[in-house]
Design a protein around this ligand. Structure first.
Ligand code: SAM
Length: 195
């Protein structure tokens, strides 16, 4: 089994316990919008795609902001949980998502997805986001400020967290025309990228 299959299997397994945190997560994401909303285009009449939507907390926060939003995720069990909140969502692997048309969304987001992928897959994620968005790409993810519990969880998850937080700014600068970084929490940031 390769790392992509292991990753999807992990999120299929933890979908139900993950969903227990949906309400708290959505509230915390709503507070991030209070800090970062001004860095995004106005949502009215505009389409957003939330990549790696999981149980749908960030998707739900985008919907509350007024975006016409849909979510995609590679893990079917996560999508099953997101659908329970009435979100439009479907099972799609963004690393092979050739069915999504070029420039078909005004905003493309990915919350806590990028740090979990190895660099080679992150570069595919950035390329796909650039292709699909006609304006802005928003990565909500970890900042360089580490916390012990997160470090332990991320070590156990086996993603690329430790490299990601060191190199994310440089990676994004190389892959997008402009990047604004906003601190939205003690260990989280919004990376607002222009295609
Ligand atoms: C840490 S969870 C974050 C979920 C959600 N965005 C949130 O903030 O609660 C990462 C999500 O990314 C999804 N994911 C990972 N690789 C993916 C891929 N290649 N295509 C689509 N989704 C992917 C996982 O299945 C998982 O649901």
């Amino acid at each position: 089994m390769d790392h992509r299959e292991r990753h999807a299997r992990l999120f299929n397994r933890i979908a139900i316990p993950y969903s227990w945190f949906f309400a708290g997560q959505t509230r915390s994401y709503a507070q991030c919008f209070d800090i970062g909303r001004r860095a995004l285009p106005s949502p009215h009449g505009k389409r957003a795609l939330d990549i790696g939507c999981g149980t749908g907390a960030f998707t739900s926060a985008l919907r509350a902001e007024g975006w016409d939003v849909e979510g995609i995720d590679v893990a079917q069990e996560m999508i099953a949980q997101a659908a329970k909140s009435g979100l439009r969502c479907s099972v799609v692997d963004i690393l092979g998502a050739h069915g999504i048309a070029d420039a078909s969304f005004d905003l493309v987001s990915a919350a806590y997805v990028a740090h979990g992928l190895p660099l080679e897959d992150r570069l595919i994620l950035y390329r796909e986001c650039r292709r699909i968005s006609r304006d802005t790409v928003l990565f909500h993810d970890y900042s360089e400020h580490k916390r012990l519990l997160t470090s332990i969880v991320e070590y156990l998850e086996g993603g690329d967290y430790f490299n990601f937080i060191r190199t994310v700014r440089q990676e994004l600068a190389e892959n997008f025309s402009a990047v604004t970084v906003l601190s939205v929490g003690p260990q989280s940031a919004w990376y607002v990228c222009k295609v």
